[in-house]
Design a protein around this ligand. Structure first.
Ligand code: BGC
Length: 420
């Protein structure tokens, strides 16, 4: 005979996986505010609408999501969380362990997410073995977006090493082209740090310094070498950087700047501008990271609620986020790869551009080689406090020309050690 407990849990499961319920309002916090991101988001809004629910937009400007996390904290503290939010990595675990997140495992079980999401990535989405975050896609951060015309004008090849880039920089400036486009937000400087660190020091050092937070690695000759390359990049920062990362991408698209180091959300901007990624704007791995993939998963968590209509709408949303057609169309505009296609790769080479194909190839190679790495900058590797310490030291280094690589390395160890 069934126990009351198992009957209750069966009825909760039925409630969660049922799709034919009363429509509800879904208030979703995110930071997809650039033209490309908004275009991708419109696919999600339309799909939610088609399911009969009403999307209530809760958008907070600021790539990397730090502003969004601050706003979210205050909503949670005041006891009024949104229905769902874009959250990543260890923060998912933190909110989940506090019992704030809805268990979406019944949907995941019914739709067999375990067989669709690579095991390494599943752990980023679960708390105590149960899914609390519904993933959509995977982004790669170690990209260099290049305007080939800029290098054509100065009669130099598109750089594949930092030295080639540094050698081209004075010629680019002479031709009236900024060598490097970058936005004013600190996470973009941190992107230079994260990707240069991987390229110049390799996978093991990346793991030690940015994931394990090994104090010997944080202040080391290798870290000094990272800041030495960053010092050369520091000399090339535009005097008036753009406000936002996507405005920096537009400068590359328009040929006012030669390169931008950015995740493949930049591909979404290239598409939104009507250009062809891989042709009009080239996608090259950051020097010496061709076989590596610094990953970011976009996922939404659902906040625990006692309202049954909301619970059903959350389950509908979770199921939708893993829908293969939705993931395909979202990723097309977003510049990412659908997460469920990583295992059951059905990528159609006719419909995806050269950069998407190259991202998929890098993903497969890096997963085999053990160089699929979570991004520190995009909160996949460390919590927000630790991330902030990295950002503060890196930003201070870029904004203080007299600061030496040795000082930066010592400060990094002190700041990061104090924050965890
Ligand atoms: C998110 C992307 C977003 C990017 C820039 C990253 O943290 O994962 O979805 O496009 O920030 O806003």
């Amino acid at each position: 005979m069934k126990t009351l407990c198992s009957l209750l849990s069966a009825s909760i499961t039925a409630l969660l996986v049922s799709t034919s319920a009363v429509a509800a309002e879904l208030e979703v916090l995110h930071w997809w505010t650039s033209p490309g991101e908004q275009r991708a988001l419109s696919e999600l809004k339309a799909a939610v609408h088609d399911q009969g629910d009403e999307w209530v937009d809760f958008a907070i400007i600021g790539g990397g999501g730090e502003n969004a996390m601050n706003v979210l904290k205050s909503r949670i503290i005041s006891g009024n969380p949104p229905t769902a939010a874009q959250i990543k990595g260890p923060t998912i675990k933190q909110w989940g362990s506090l019992g704030l997140l809805a268990d979406i495992d019944p949907v995941a079980k019914a739709d067999q997410w375990d067989s669709l999401i690579p095991e390494q990535l599943q752990t980023d989405l679960k708390v105590d073995g149960k899914y609390v975050a519904a993933p959509i896609n995977i982004h790669r951060s170690n990209w260099m977006w290049v305007n080939p015309e800029a290098f054509h004008k100065i009669d130099r090849p598109v750089p594949t090493t930092w030295q080639q880039f540094f050698d081209s920089a004075p010629l680019l400036r002479k031709a009236g082209i900024e060598p490097l486009a970058i936005g004013r937000e600190d996470w973009q400087l941190a992107t230079l740090f994260e990707t240069v660190l991987l390229g110049t020091q390799g996978v093991d050092f990346y793991r030690k310094a940015l994931i394990e937070l090994d104090s010997a690695a944080l202040d080391s000759d290798q870290m000094i070498a990272v800041f030495t390359t960053l010092a050369s990049l520091r000399n090339l920062l535009p005097s008036t950087p753009e406000q936002r990362w996507d405005a920096a991408t537009v400068r590359v698209i328009e040929g006012k700047a030669a390169i931008q180091i950015a995740g493949d959300w930049a591909r979404g901007e290239i598409i939104a501008a009507g250009k062809v990624p891989g042709k009009d704007i080239l996608c090259k791995a950051v020097p010496d990271t061709e076989n590596d993939f610094i990953y970011i998963i976009d996922s939404l968590v659902m906040f625990r609620t006692t309202d049954q209509q909301q619970q059903q709408a959350q389950a509908r949303l979770a199921r939708l986020l893993m829908n293969p057609e939705f993931q395909q169309s979202f990723s097309h505009y977003k510049g990412s790869i659908p997460i469920r296609q990583i295992i059951h790769s059905k990528a159609d080479s006719k419909t995806v551009d050269a950069c998407a194909q190259s991202a998929r190839h890098a993903l497969e190679t890096s997963a085999k080689a053990g160089s699929l790495l979570p991004s520190m900058v995009h909160s996949m590797a460390v919590n927000e406090r630790v991330k902030r310490s990295f950002f503060d030291v890196v930003e201070h280094f870029f904004k203080t020309p007299r600061m030496t690589p040795e000082q930066a390395s010592a400060q990094l160890k002190a700041a990061v050690s104090a924050s965890h």
